[in-house]
Design a protein around this ligand. Structure first.
Ligand code: AKG
Length: 471
């Protein structure tokens, strides 16, 4: 923080001072210089009205110009070569005061200097052999990137749908389903309270379009039952999407095959008490046309998404455009440690919704291929669409470049009061700061976290047989 102020304020103040001085004296210098040399009269006389200058004084204007040039050159050199404040400095704001990140500015202020790669400022870069330093300087917390040589080294890159079915076919997974032909049946089941609709989608204004994302229902099915649908050619109004937050975390033999990478190593979510640690490997297995909602991730964390097979299409929205996306206030994630949810009811892969936005909103689109890892910075709305049957896993990061954002999201829910933070918290290491904040979580919050996970697991066992009969 201090260095940030100094690097900007000091050169600017001195440059401003020099410019004022020069602006005042320069015309006089020039005028005097244009005059025939008169050793008895100082060029500054016009300014000082003094007739008593020595020969030495006569040379002052030249010395002044020279001095100014030297000082200005040094200042310019310092200004342009002094390292710009990194995200770490920016996010290392005192915890005792409220912090809000200007994501738009952050995404514009990438430290591109010193790197030869021609970084995209309008779309996505595909990078391999990327250094950790360049990752932190240019992408992490600022701009999305596709890493092409990370997932390929994981055992999980060899997962096939057949192997998963062979091993886990009878086990139930959480599914989001959209089926135009079944809408009537779904409404009936909803009335009978045998199904639940995604809460964030319930508030869509009528008339709700048949077969649209807004009619998606959540249910659980045995994995092999889902597979039968995955093999049918998808339709825009008929798709199924396994979006299961707990399937992989509950199976350590699967979890251990993911996330090995220096880019993902620093993750302060690992110091969260286990009962409130966010689930960190969501199984995403969708038929063609299946899609996520348009959202910013919970806790505004840095999102990670690894495609193992298939093809995922993304729409990414640079920060600062939330007002165009009809995001409802006060939606909650329902995570073990609750936090606000930033979901839009718009489906940007629905041509009608897209028409409402295109031309008005800044965005870019790209496809993510098998073996590619996408890193999504905080503050970026995003939506994914599976172009064909696609198997992927998503996770998250809390690291040096976003930890203040995540802590602030936790504080927003008012489970911790700022005034109870230890007085010396800002002198602690980042990890100890986070531990100090989490140690203030009331016991009932920790207990609630445990019961949320238990209740999701219980629901998984609850059979939606009435719905299954329609499928
Ligand atoms: O692949 C998807 O469906 C999107 C996942 C996603 O955006 C997320 O996990 O936050």
């Amino acid at each position: 923080m201090h260095r940030q102020r100094w690097t900007k304020a000091f050169p600017l103040t001195v440059t401003r001072f020099c410019c004022c001085k020069l602006g005042y004296h320069f015309p006089h210098y020039m005028k005097a210089c244009a005059m025939p040399t008169n050793k008895s009269k100082s060029p500054l006389d016009n300014v000082t009205q003094s007739d008593n200058q020595s020969d030495q004084d006569d040379e002052k204007p030249w010395r002044g110009i020279l001095l100014f040039s030297v000082v200005a050159s040094i200042l310019l050199a310092v200004f342009y070569t002094f390292p710009k404040p990194s995200n770490r400095d920016r996010f290392h704001a005192p915890l005792a005061s409220k912090f809000s990140a200007d994501f738009k500015r952050i995404s514009e202020e990438r430290s591109l200097t010193g790197y030869t790669f021609s970084h995209s400022t309008r779309g996505i870069d595909r990078r391999s052999d990327l250094s950790l330093q360049e990752f932190y300087d240019v992408y992490d917390g600022k701009w999305p990137v596709l890493l092409t040589d990370v997932v390929t080294a994981w055992p999980a890159s060899n997962w096939t749908s057949s192997d998963l079915i062979a091993k886990y076919g009878t086990q139930r997974v959480s599914i989001k389903a959209v089926d135009k032909d079944l809408d009537a049946a779904i409404s009936q089941l909803l009335q009978m309270q045998l199904l639940s609709v995604e809460p964030q989608l319930r508030d869509i204004q009528p008339p709700t379009k048949q077969g649209s994302l807004s009619t998606a229902v959540s249910l659980t099915l045995p994995l092999e039952r889902f597979r039968q649908h995955a093999h049918q050619p998808g339709r825009p109004t008929h798709w199924f999407y396994v979006e299961d937050e707990l399937f992989i975390p509950m199976r350590p033999e699967l979890k251990s095959q993911l996330w090995d990478s220096p880019f993902l190593k620093e993750d302060f979510f690992q110091v969260f008490p286990s009962s409130v640690r966010p689930w960190d490997a969501m199984l995403l297995w969708g038929t063609a046309f299946s899609r996520s909602s348009l959202h910013i991730d919970p806790y505004n964390w840095t999102g990670t998404n690894a495609v193992l097979s298939g093809r995922k299409r993304w729409k990414m929205f640079p920060p600062g455009q939330d007002h165009l996306l009809s995001v409802k206030d006060n939606q909650m994630s329902g995570f073990p440690l609750n936090c606000f949810k930033y979901n839009s009811p718009l489906d940007t892969f629905d041509p009608e919704d897209w028409q409402k936005l295109s031309g008005k909103i800044d965005s870019f689109e790209f496809d993510q291929l098998p073996g590619e890892l996408l890193i999504i910075p905080p503050g970026w709305f995003h939506q994914a669409f599976n172009v064909e049957e696609t198997l992927a896993v998503s996770g998250q990061l809390m690291n040096r470049n976003n930890y203040r954002i995540v802590l602030e999201e936790i504080m927003k829910t008012e489970v911790i009061s700022r005034s109870s933070l230890p007085k010396n918290i800002d002198q602690m290491t980042v990890e100890n700061q986070i531990k100090a904040v989490l140690s203030l979580l009331p016991q009932e919050v920790l207990d609630r976290g445990k019961s949320v996970t238990e209740s999701v697991l219980r629901q998984m066992q609850h059979s939606s047989t009435e719905f299954e009969n329609y499928l």
